[in-house]
Design a protein around this ligand. Structure first.
Ligand SMILES: *Cc1c(COP(=O)(O)O)cnc(C)c1O
Length: 374
């Protein structure tokens, strides 16, 4: 899989930010076998593959209940609908995580209030969350950004006595762990995405909700299918159709077994980038079990100069994320008075480097050389 590809060493061939065809090509036979199994079964939604994937993911994460849904954003929305009481309709979250929680919360009819993030970890901490909490806040959504497990326990210590739920957004961090357990098992409820570029990707869209609470799991299970308690009987208002189909579940089962190996390779690549970074650029470290290196993120005062330097060396880059949620054109008017200094500074200085498990060593060398010479 990490075979030599002679073109990759040539400065004329760009080093891609991501290339899904390599992973798909390497497991083509196994994927086709999984798809064939579903086709031959004649069972296309809510069948044995989904049930098996839900239980296998639950065992991996360390929670009793997993509910497969159609996307990560749906997982966030249904989890919010399940945990947020109508008397406390405010969702607190970070504004540097791509806007998914904001989209989900607005769809659920909730109000979003932003907390700033910590300048070193780029994550929410009790210190950044505390100033925006009050009795209208129903939930704090903690995103394990870039693959780094946030200290959910510390945020729960703050929120639990105030009656505020905590939701983990694990879309970028499946497999990351704190000493207390894997992400997805640390709060009241959690959301996962299996969008193709995530560390565990489907062949299209899919997502999941995880929780240790049977009542919350029941609620989400109803919400994902029209609010049905059983066939044709709506017992939960606010339901929708958000099913994970059997084809995606079968693919995810096949790929879950390989996740830890992929995550280790991702971490090793980020380790090389960190070691190569020059004095003018910092690469966020991704070491140990607490990080699954979803993205390799450089931080530079002069981002355009770094991006130009890398582009000249044939290194593709991107920005995750260039526009903070409270500055998104669709709703910035509501947040004109909100200032999040750290979030805004980071949005102007982060730059994502090529990172996926099938990057060749020669490609990693090229990125390292470009970082060294910046
Ligand atoms: C990708 C992502 C989502 C949304 O997942 P979709 O499956 O694309 O809807 C949510 N949160 C974060 C942090 C993500 O990276």
């Amino acid at each position: 899989m990490r075979g030599k590809s002679p073109e990759a060493a040539s400065p004329n061939v760009p080093v891609p930010l991501n290339d899904l065809s390599r992973s798909l090509g390497a497991s083509r036979g196994a994927l086709i076998a999984a798809l064939t199994r579903v086709i031959d079964s004649g069972w296309l939604v809510h069948g044995p593959e989904l049930a098996a994937f839900e239980s296998e993911l639950g065992a991996y994460v360390g929670v009793d209940h997993v509910i497969g849904v159609a996307s990560g954003t749906d997982a966030l929305e249904l989890a919010l609908r399940a945990v947020v009481p109508s008397t406390r309709p405010v969702v607190v979250t970070a504004a540097n995580c791509g806007g998914y929680t904001t989209t989900a919360a607005r769809r659920a009819g909730l109000t979003v209030r932003y907390a700033d993030v910590d300048g070193a970890s780029h994550l929410l901490t009790p210190d950044t969350v505390r100033p925006v909490l009050d009795e209208r806040v129903g939930v704090v959504v903690v995103t394990h950004l870039y693959g780094r497990a946030a200290d959910v326990g510390a945020i729960r210590t703050l929120c639990d006595p105030l009656g505020i739920a905590v939701l983990e957004d694990c879309a970028q961090a499946l497999g990351a762990a704190r000493p207390e357990g894997r992400v997805g098992s640390l709060a009241d409820i959690a959301a996962f995405s299996f969008y193709p570029t995530k560390n565990l990707g489907a062949l299209g869209d899919a997502g999941a909700v995880a929780t240790a609470s049977a009542p919350l799991a029941d609620k989400v299970r109803r919400l994902r299918q029209y609010g049905w308690a059983g066939k044709y009987r709506i017992e939960e208002d606010g339901g929708r159709n958000s099913r994970m189909d059997e084809l995606q579940a079968a693919v995810l089962r096949e790929r879950l077994a390989r996740l830890d190996g992929w995550n280790a390779r991702r971490r090793a690549i980020v380790g090389r980038y960190c070691a190569a970074a020059s004095a003018r650029v910092h690469v966020l470290p991704a070491e140990g079990a607490g990080h699954v290196a979803h993205l390799a993120v450089a931080v530079a005062d002069d981002r355009p100069a770094l991006a130009d330097h890398l582009a000249a060396a044939g290194i593709r880059t991107d920005v995750h994320y260039p526009v903070a949620d409270h500055r998104q054109p669709a709703f910035e008017a509501e947040y004109r008075d909100v200032s999040l200094p750290t979030t805004e500074r980071l949005a102007a200085s982060v730059l994502s480097l090529p990172l996926f498990p099938e990057l060749t060593d020669l490609e990693v060398d090229r990125v390292c050389r470009a970082l060294e010479t910046y």
